[in-house]
Design a protein around this ligand. Structure first.
Ligand SMILES: Nc1ncnc2c1ncn2[C@@H]1O[C@H](COP(=O)(O)OP(=O)(O)OP(=O)(O)O)[C@@H](O)[C@H]1O
Ligand SMILES: [Mg+2]
Length: 272
C-alpha cells in the first residue's frame, strides 16, 4: 500500500533522515520506535504529504504523494495544537467528515460514535480548552477514527493519557484495525507498546535517522493486555527490540560525544 524509497530529509544544513526504505502492506499495523530526535515525526510528515522530502519518494497505492492524500488521517504528537479552539469537541471531530460528503446529521452521529469509543461521549458539547491534555489527545484520536481513513498515521498518540486509558486505547486501535482493515503506522517511545500493537516493529537510528532493523511480530492477531504480555514470544520480542533501541541510543550517544570532540563517528559514515 505504501512504498518509501531512498527517503532523505534535511532542514537547511541539518540532515535528519537518510536512505529510508520501507514498505507497508495493505491492512498492516507497523510500529516505529527510535530515540528522541531521530526524525520519526519528520518521517510521518513526509508520508502525510505535509513536508516534501529532500530526497526519495513516497508512493501510496501506486501514486506518488504530492500534497495530503484524501484517504489519510494523522494523529499529531502535538495534540494541543491540532484541535480548533472555537469549535466544540463534536464539531472538531465532525469537521473532516465534510470531505467524505456526508450530510450534517450523519457527520455529527459519526463524531459522537467515535467520541464514545474513546470514552468522551459526555464531552461532545465542550470546547477543547475545557478538557485536560489527555482528553484532548483522545479527541484527536476520535477525529482520526471517525474519518475511517485507509491509512492512519499516529505520532505518539497515547503520550499524555493515564496507564489504564492507554491500555484501553491500544485495544481500541487493535479493534478498529481488525474491524476496518485500516493500514496503520504508529510511532511510539514505548517498547512494550511497539510489540503489543505491531504486526512489525521498525527501529530507527539517529544522526541521521535511518532504519536500523525491522522485526516481524510473530504473535497471534487476537491480543489481550494480560495474556499477550505474559506470552514467552512477547517477552522475547520485547527484549530484542529493547536491545536494538538501547544499541541505537548507545551508538548515537557515542557519536554525539565524538562529534563534540570533533572525532570520527562510530556510526556508518555520513555520505557527502
Ligand atoms: N520544522 C523544523 N525545522 C527545523 N528543524 C526541525 C524541524 N522539525 C524537526 N526538526 C529537527 O529535526 C530533528 C528530528 O525531529 P523530529 O521531530 O522528526 O524527531 P522525532 O524522532 O519525532 O523526536 P521525538 O521523539 O522527540 O518526537 C530534530 O533535531 C529537530 O530539531
Ligand atoms: Mg516526534
Amino acid at each position: 500500500m505504501l512504498e518509501i524509497t531512498g527517503l532523505g530529509h534535511s532542514y537547511g544544513a541539518h540532515r535528519v533522515l537518510e536512505g529510508i526504505d520501507l514498505k507497508v502492506g495493505e491492512g498492516e499495523l507497523v510500529t516505529i520506535v527510535g530515540p528522541s530526535g531521530c526524525g520519526k515525526s519528520t518521517l510521518l510528515r513526509c508520508i502525510a504529504g505535509l513536508v516534501p522530502p529532500s530526497e526519495g519518494k513516497v508512493v501510496l497505492r501506486g501514486a506518488p504523494i504530492d500534497g495530503v492524500p484524501d484517504d489519510l488521517a494523522v494523529v499529531f504528537q502535538d495534540y494541543s495544537r491540532s484541535l480548533l479552539p472555537w469549535l466544540t469537541v463534536r464539531d472538531n471531530v465532525a469537521l473532516p467528515l465534510r470531505r467524505r460528503g456526508l450530510a450534517k446529521a450523519a457527520r455529527r452521529a459519526q463524531a459522537v460514535e467515535a467520541l464514545a469509543s474513546v470514552g468522551l461521549k459526555d464531552a461532545a458539547g465542550k470546547y477543547p480548552w475545557q478538557l485536560s491534555g489527555g482528553m484532548q489527545q483522545r479527541v484527536s484520536i476520535a477525529r482520526a477514527l471517525a474519518y475511517r481513513p485507509a491509512l492512519m498515521l499516529m505520532d505518539e498518540p497515547f503520550g499524555s493519557v493515564d496507564a489504564q486509558t492507554r491500555e484501553d486505547l491500544e485495544d481500541l486501535v487493535l479493534q478498529v484495525h481488525r474491524a476496518q482493515g485500516m493500514t496503520i503506522l504508529l510511532v511510539t517511545h514505548d517498547i512494550d507498546e511497539s510489540v503489543y500493537l505491531g504486526d512489525r516493529v521498525v527501529v530507527l537510528a539517529r544522526n541521521p535517522g535511518r532504519v536500523r532493523d525491522e522485526l516481524p511480530v510473530t504473535l497471534p492477531a487476537g491480543r489481550d493486555q494480560i495474556g499477550t504480555r505474559a506470552d514467552a514470544e512477547f517477552v522475547r520480542l520485547r527484549a530484542e527490540v529493547g536491545r536494538l533501541v538501547r544499541g541505537v541510543v548507545k551508538d548515537s550517544e557515542a557519536a554525539d560525544a565524538l562529534d563534540a570532540k570533533g572525532g570520527a563517528s562510530v556510526e556508518e559514515p555520513v555520505k557527502k
